[in-house]
Design a protein around this ligand. Sequence first.
Ligand code: DOR
Ligand code: ZN
Ligand code: ZN
Length: 434
Amino acid sequence: MDRYLIKGGHLIDPANGIDGKRDILISDGKVIKVLEKINESDSIVNDVKVIDAVGKVIMPGFVDLHVHLREPGFEYKETIMTGAMAAARGGVTTICPMPNTKPVIDSPAMVKDLLDRAKGAPVNILPIGAITFGQEGVDITDIAGMKEAGAVAISEDGKSVMNSWLFLQALHDAAEVGMPVFSHCEDENLVDGGVMNYGEKSEELGLPGITNAVEDVIVARDIILAKEAGCKLHLCHCSTADSATLVEMAHKQGLSVTAEVCPHHFTMSDDEITEDNGRFKMNPPLRSKKDVDALKNALKNNIIEVISTDHAPHSSEEKAQSMLKAPFGIVGLETSFALGYTVLVKGGYLTLSQLVEKMSVNPAKVINIDKGSLLEGKIADLVIADIEKSYVIDSSKFVSKGKNTPFNGKEVYGRIEKTFVNGKIVYDYLTDSE
Ligand code: DOR
Ligand code: ZN
Ligand code: ZN
């Protein structure tokens, strides 16, 4: 049995109001004791491995509501195992894979199959089921059955259910069983072949642009339909200033609407795109500086409560192409905490405690799971990080099969040193890094 005494670290546990020096005793997969000082000679401590966390921060493990694991069907891009290992390396202890695999996760049997495949993975994997069969936008799936089988949300991610009547029926079905709906907001008729944000940069590179309206009209529609259905709505990868404004309006009306932003959308704007290269291509695209600033302020003002990655691995060959040809998507699991810490905490938008709320506490609430807290008795999913020394992101060291990131070579703070899931070490920088 693994028993650990983590000593001398600074615990950030916002769910329990803790931001200070604490020693933590872990045994049997659980948090046993959290005290300002626990001595090895204390009677509750026996047969432990001591972990020196002096100068380090300890946080509840991160919960990423939006990842793509590509299994079944696209194992050359990522498998459940490689995606889960990437999560562990990023301090992410729970991940929710989107259903756009081949075949699509669109039935209770497919949800069970995914959970079977996920057995033995180093992190917790909680699937998301599709809204329509095959994500074809025609027939609504068995939402109650998928929930029963273990799905924590439904989503058509990769696209929107464009038929508003059909989508409303799905929202009613979801409301009936208390299933949150995760919306990828993109009007497929307005996209019009766009591959990057519409603006000066798209003109300069001579590439077709994606306007903000592509996202904003569906954000507005989905909020209005969720209000009518009385359903819990979570807006994926918000990238525009007006998305944030619409979420604020929904909150003012007391609606059950939450929103996420991805690290790339608060870190980089389209004017930092240096060339026509697939590594800068994702959906929604990198937006204008004005949008980036609005998103950072929406995080600061708690209009946007969740940070998720939209980890979207693709092969190097696929991503080496022009933006006209490369698939949409960049990886994110191994860089999310460092980007959040560097851009938002060091940038003065959030405290570290608020960042942990957005990466752990709040996402756990969206899907109603008992995570994001290190109270005594809770499952020991936690992470130890070094926020003092900077390092340079090196995508060749990623354990994800996907190396597609625009952040290779970027200097950041916030290296994950150890990740624990169920009280076991699933990633250790000291032994797993080289
Ligand atoms: O960039 C993206 N990649 N956005 C999506 O909505 C889908 C995802 C993917 O599956 O690759
Ligand atoms: Zn999406
Ligand atoms: Zn996605």
